[in-house]
Design a protein around this ligand. Structure first.
Ligand code: UT7
Length: 329
C-alpha cells in the first residue's frame, strides 16, 4: 500500500475565444471599472458557439498534456475522474467520452458533480483509492463550459465565468511527497442560492421551464459571496490542521478563482501575503471545477512552486460544497 497519492504531471486547456470586459459592455449594461473593481476579472476564455468544442475536448487536451508531463501512456490509466456540472450530455459521463478520445482502454471512468469543488473532491477520492492500492494511476480533471448555461441578459452572472479544463495524473507515493490532507464538506440546505434548476426531474424540460430560463445559472451573488468567504476559511483551516501545518508552512496558496475580493479575504484571515498566493482570475474568470487545477498547472509552469514545497488548495462552490487539500509537490 502506498503512503499517499502524489502528483505525476499536470496540464490545462482553455476555451479558444477571448472575451474581454469591453466585449461584455456591448452585451449587457456594465463597465470594465465595475467588473474589475467588484471581481478582479479582466478577460475570460470561452468556448463560443462557433468553436465546435465540448467539455470532453477540453478534458482530452488537458489530459494528454498531464500524461505527457507524467511520462505515461493513456493505457497506464486505471481511473478517469472528471469534476464537472457542464458535461457533454446528461448521460453518460463526460469522463467516458474523455476515456474514448484518449484511448485509455484500461480505465474506468466517472464524473463528480460537486460544482467548483469537483477537482478537490476528486483528489480526496483518488488519494483514498491509490492509498489502498485499488487504483495505481488516476487521471483527475476539473472541467467546465459554464458559458453554455449563462443567461447573457443577466449582468450579475454573465460577466463572471470562463471555460477550461485542468488535469492532474496521480500515482502512488512512498515518500513525503503527495497529498498531505484533504477536507470536503457540503450544505444542500442552501442549494437554491446557486443552481440551474431546470431540465432534470425537479423541473422537467417544458416550454414553461425554458421560458423561465430554468436551465440557466441562477445565483444570489451576495449570499454566495458571504458563504464563500466563511467556508473557504473553514476548509483552509481544516486542511492545515489535518496535515499539521501552519500558514508559515504553506509555500503557495491556490484559492478558487471566483472573485479577487474573496481571495484577499482568505489571505487576510490567515496572514498569507499575496505574493504567496496564486492569482489568475484576471485572465480566466471563474472556471468552476477547472479553476484549481489550471491555477496549479500555471503555478508549476511559472516556477511559483517547486518539488518538495507545499501547496494549499481551497475552494467553494454550488451545492454548497467546499473543500481544501494540502499537497507536497
Ligand atoms: O464559484 C462559486 C462561487 N461563486 C462566487 O463565489 C460568486 C460570489 N459572488 C460574487 O462574487 C459577488 O457577489 C458578485 C461579483 C457576483 C456581485 O458583486 P456584489 O458586490 O455582491 O454586487 P451585488 O450583487 O450586491 O450588486 C451591487 C450592484 C447592484 O446594483 P444596485 O441594486 O445596487 O443598484 C447590481 O445590480 O451592482 C449591480 N451589478 C452590476 N453593475 C454593473 C451587478 N452586476 C453588475 C455588472 N455591472 N456586471
Amino acid at each position: 500500500m502506498a503512503l499517499r497519492a502524489k502528483l505525476l504531471g499536470t496540464g490545462r486547456a482553455v476555451g479558444p475565444t477571448c472575451l474581454t470586459n469591453d466585449d461584455l459592455c456591448r452585451i449587457v449594461d456594465t463597465t470594465d471599472e465595475w467588473i474589475v473593481s467588484r471581481t478582479g476579472i479582466r478577460e475570460r476564455h470561452i468556448v463560443g458557439s462557433g468553436d465546435d468544442l465540448c467539455t470532453s475536448d477540453l478534458c482530452t487536451e488537458a489530459g494528454r498534456k498531464a500524461l505527457a508531463a507524467a511520462g505515461l501512456e493513456p493505457s497506464d490509466l486505471d481511473l478517469i475522474l472528471v469534476g464537472t456540472v457542464t458535461g457533454d450530455c446528461k448521460f453518460p459521463a463526460t469522463a467516458v467520452f474523455t476515456q474514448a478520445k484518449l484511448g485509455a482502454r484500461n480505465a474506468s471512468a466517472m464524473d463528480i458533480a460537486a460544482a467548483c469543488s469537483g477537482f478537490v473532491y476528486g483528489l480526496e477520492l483518488a488519494d483514498a483509492l491509490i492509498r489502498t492500492g485499488q487504483k495505481k494511476h488516476v487521471l483527475l480533471i476539473g472541467a467546465e463550459v459554464l458559458t453554455s448555461m449563462v443567461d447573457w441578459t443577466d449582468r450579475g452572472t454573465c460577466v463572471l465565468f470562463g471555460d477550461a479544463a485542468g488535469a492532474a495524473v496521480l500515482g502512488p507515493s512512498d515518500d513525503e511527497t503527495g497529498v498531505l490532507s484533504t477536507y470536503t464538506k457540503s450544505n444542500g440546505e442552501l442549494a437554491e442560492l446557486l443552481w440551474a434548476p431546470g431540465c432534470g426531474t425537479l423541473r422537467r424540460l417544458s416550454p414553461e421551464s425554458l421560458a423561465n430560463k430554468d436551465h440557466l445559472i441562477h445565483m444570489q451573488g451576495r449570499h454566495v459571496y458571504v458563504n464563500a468567504v466563511k467556508c473557504m476559511a473553514d476548509a483552509t483551516q481544516q486542511a492545515m490542521d489535518r496535515a499539521g501545518l501552519t500558514p508559515a508552512d504553506v509555500d503557495l496558496l491556490i484559492p478558487h478563482q471566483a472573485n479577487i475580493r474573496i481571495i484577499e479575504a482568505t489571505c487576510e484571515r490567515f496572514g498569507f501575503p499575496l505574493e504567496k498566493t496564486m492569482i489568475n482570475v484576471d485572465r480566466y474568470g471563474n472556471t468552476s471545477a477547472a479553476s484549481i487545477p489550471i491555477a496549479l498547472d500555471e503555478a508549476l509552469e511559472m516556477g511559483r512552486i517547486h518539488k518538495g514545497q507545499v501547496a494549499l488548495m481551497t475552494v467553494f462552490g454550488g451545492g454548497f460544497t467546499w473543500a481544501a487539500s494540502a499537497l507536497r509537490i
